[in-house]
Write a protein that binds this ligand. Sequence first.
Ligand code: GLN
Length: 473
Amino acid sequence: MMSLKECINSVRNGQKSCEELTSQTLKRIRSEDSYNIFLEVYDTESLEQAREVDKRIKSGNAGELAGCVIGVKDIICLAGKKVTCGSHILENYVSPYTATAIEKLEAADAVVVGKTNMDEFAMGSTNENSYFGPVLDPVDKELVPGGSSGGSAAAVAAKLVPVTLGSDTGGSIRQPAAFCGITGIKPTYGRVSRFGLVAFASSLDQIGPMGQNVEDVATILKVISGYDKRDSTSVNVEVPDFQLELSSPIKKDSIRIGYLSDMYGEGLDEEIKKSIMETIDKLKTDGFTVGEVKLPHMSYAISVYYIIANAEASSNLARYDGARYGHRAEGAGDLKGMYLASRNSGFGEEVMRRIILGTYVLSAGYYDAYYRKAQKVRRLIYDDFKNAFQDYDVLITPTTPTPPYKIGEKIDDPLAMYLGDIFTIPVNLAGLPGLSIPCGKTKAGLPIGLQIIGKHFDESSILKTGHYIEQNY
Ligand code: GLN
């Protein structure tokens, strides 16, 4: 399958119509999606849209994404279409409005072909928590594709679509990108509007693109970024032309690269460590300034995340009560019984575990001991990054401590699964941008992901560094 850039070029120079391209994509999805990637495919509408795009191409006023067919994680709203969040409780819920990110894509003439599978309410690292069944990793069908944007990662890896949108609260774009051998970026908190992204943990959630290479995600990132008055946490800063920036050669003296000396301890796979260190050595040999940094509070990140994210989730998910949204249990007696039965039968086990934990840490008597303390440690983690960025412009880490593992291997041990987010979670807690790119394979042929972390709103530097590594090594 062609990359996004090739798709756009082929439509622009008349080799293919957008309709042809879209119809080929739909056919591929219908015949090759044995991985359980797509939850819904918009056959009729996407062809109609493609024909409109073709008209605009003919009249010379097509948008910059004419020729882009894209899949979207089923937690991002599209008016008149179901948004299930991978949950039974929203199984038949139809979105009343469209997310800003999708509005921007469509305004640039991208065609949304359907919605991708995910862990329920974006809680998980393997896609096994989806009510609609697990997604299989196109690298090897016995493996997990990562999560929670596993469907969006697998769609690119299986070459069904060139690009997708995912969402990332603690690693959900970068970790599945690593497990499927593709590229994904979590933008700075506030860069992309969250309007129309169903909330999991509002202080951490961001929408971001996934694709075959750095240039393609840069193209999508530019379009979906920008201030939106409908999201009070969106930030009004200039959006660079991320893709254009990649066309000029990198200035080696303008990007100083730090790597985390204290993150290579226990639990990190030897082959991943070797591969990341080899890349760092090559960068050094190539003339980049490279040095070690320490993030002393890093080891608290997972504990802090599972207090803050769960606290926010318990509040955000209170709205699913059987009365206002989605699934309602029948014959449950009085109102309270209806609430209980609807939530009990509507949510899966992991979602319930998190609501219970989140409610606990916010309850009177425990608030100070857990929630407030976690907020304070979150600040210390942020300060660690701030110190590191005094000497360096980007930081390199592995994306995940292990390569993808077998379906079923960790599902009964939530803690083991949580530990897999050690490198991605601190980035969300600090609100920073993070990119994951492929970095070779293990001897067994499993993909390895390399993460590049940047300063707030400096996606440019991590994209440039990622592009350099992708093109040269
Ligand atoms: N794996 C993490 C979790 O389960 C991150 C999920 C996410 O980023 N949405 O919470």
